[in-house]
Ligand binder design. Structure first.
Ligand SMILES: C[S@@+](CC[C@H](N)C(=O)[O-])C[C@H]1O[C@@H](n2cnc3c(N)ncnc32)[C@H](O)[C@@H]1O
Length: 201
């Protein structure tokens, strides 16, 4: 495993409990993000992979919206926590830098592709495209900007070593088209967030 991936895994292992506590009510006060999730749930057909699911909050919300959802995350501690907090749902350790391993009708990746360096984004989107059934839906959430930040602590001051790649929606849309997706919508959330809706062609 490359150093950056191991650092990302270890960082989220370290903060898993505090991350879950601090993001438990993630969508309260974020009506546009809630709407993005609801729209995705309405449109998607078949199983959905929540890739970079963390403690499984979004996976569980999707399940509550009637979607057959399961979660995948790089961090074994996040996955243990997700399993404990949501015992009826399926969670697996895995990295989006590897093929997904099963066909799905939808993929949601909120604020997880942000940790993958630019040169590997086409590889990850290729894996997503390969796993999605024709007409399958992909929703990406990410930080907007032009820089890469090295986060050395977080979620209550715990040590982390994780790169956060901020990106322009137009750049992400271009990568999606190059990977064979049709970009259906690009939503800006305030000044620093975006959600993109894409469909496998
Ligand atoms: C900022 S958290 C977002 C968690 C969740 N999607 C949410 O919105 O609350 C980023 C998550 O992505 C996971 N992650 C980072 N790189 C990953 C990779 N290559 N494959 C799978 N998960 C990854 C981390 O372990 C962490 O749980």
């Amino acid at each position: 495993m490359s150093d950056w991936l191991a650092d990302t895994r270890d960082s989220y292992d370290t903060v898993s409990v505090s991350y879950a506590e601090q993001t438990r009510d993630l969508l309260d006060g974020l009506p546009h993000l809630r709407a993005a999730l609801r729209l995705f749930a309405e449109e998607v057909r078949g199983p959905v992979a929540d890739v970079g699911c963390g403690p499984g909050i979004i996976t569980a919300l999707l399940h509550g919206l009637g979607v057959e959802a399961f979660g995948i995350d790089l961090s074994p501690e996040m996955i243990s926590l997700a399993r404990r907090n949501h015992p009826g749902l399926r969670f697996e350790v895995g990295s989006m830098t590897e093929p997904l391993g099963e066909p799905v009708g939808g993929i949601i990746a909120w604020w997880s592709l942000i940790h993958v360096p630019d040169e590997l984004v086409p590889v990850v989107l290729g894996h997503f495209h390969q796993a999605l059934r024709p007409d399958g839906l992909l929703q990406l959430g990410f930080h907007v900007g032009d820089e890469t930040r090295l986060k050395t602590q977080g979620y209550g001051g715990h040590p982390m070593r994780v790169h956060v790649h901020l990106r322009r929606p137009e750049r992400v849309a271009e990568w999606l088209r190059e990977a064979g997706f049709t970009v259906e919508a690009q939503w800006l959330l305030g000044d620093d967030g975006a959600v993109l809706f894409a469909r496998r062609g």
